[in-house]
Design a protein around this ligand. Structure first.
Ligand SMILES: [Ca+2]
Ligand SMILES: [Ca+2]
Ligand SMILES: [Ca+2]
Length: 232
């Protein structure tokens, strides 16, 4: 991502560059039923299917939003396996700069599949959007696609898509294990199961460059100081 001319200062800069560019779904710790992938071009029903894995992809590394309605604000370990476990729809919102991941299960054809898996994100989980099928007043996934959706990915929309979870039916559940770790179980036959996980953002390259540059200055100053000490 850095141009050829900027591969100088490889030491300090390289360290931070790794931090930046490792921030995709492939860098996360997952159980075998979770498959990190590049953002698919289409996650409407029938387009990104698997009977053995919930697909996980980074939608956006850093985007700033205001007042986006979410279903869950992460606040310590908790299980959500019934719609009554959720706060009143519309009562929770997020404002700030965040990253966004999607977990997606669409079985081949209309095969019945129930898959469970765990993801350890590299940053704190902030919020989760799951558009429960019983909560129709606000379609949290649909309404946040513009803010968080991956460029070039087509998403399902509308109640009829049943793209969210069915906490009161099937065996869908979400369990927050700790600040970075999420366990999910998705059960599908027809339609798909999708949730959007909002985490702390991946730092902007410009901020990192500034940080790296200040590190170089400090390092240079330290070297000068030790040279001065040697010479005195
Ligand atoms: Ca299918
Ligand atoms: Ca389901
Ligand atoms: Ca569903």
């Amino acid at each position: 991502m850095f141009g050829k001319g900027s591969s100088l200062k490889a030491g300090v800069l390289g360290t931070f560059a790794v931090l930046v560019w490792a921030a995709d779904a492939n860098a996360l710790n997952v159980t075998p039923t979770i498959m990190p992938v590049a953002p698919p071009t289409d996650v409407t029903e029938g387009m990104t299917e698997s009977n053995t894995a919930i697909k996980l992809f980074l939608e956006t590394a850093s985007t700033t939003v205001e007042g986006v309605v979410v279903d869950i604000l992460a606040a310590g370990p908790q299980v959500f396996d019934d719609s009554s476990d959720l706060a009143s729809l519309g009562s929770l919102t997020i404002t700030g700069t965040f990253a966004s991941y999607m977990l997606h299960l669409d079985s081949v054809g209309t095969a019945s599949r129930t898959l469970m898996g765990t993801v350890e994100f590299d940053r704190n989980i902030v919020a989760i959007l799951l558009q429960d099928v019983t909560r129709t007043a606000v379609l949290t996934l649909d309404d946040s696609d513009d803010d968080f959706g991956a460029l070039g990915t087509t998403y399902p929309t509308g109640m009829a898509s049943k793209r969210g979870l069915e906490l009161d039916f099937n065996d869908d559940f979400i369990q927050i294990l700790d600040s970075k770790t999420l366990k999910v179980q998705f059960s599908v036959s027809k339609a798909v199961d999708q949730i959007r996980v909002i985490t702390q953002p991946v730092p902007e390259p410009s901020a990192l460059l500034t940080f790296a540059a200040s590190g170089l200055i400090v390092a240079t100053a330290a070297r000068r100081k030790s040279m001065a000490a040697l010479l005195s």
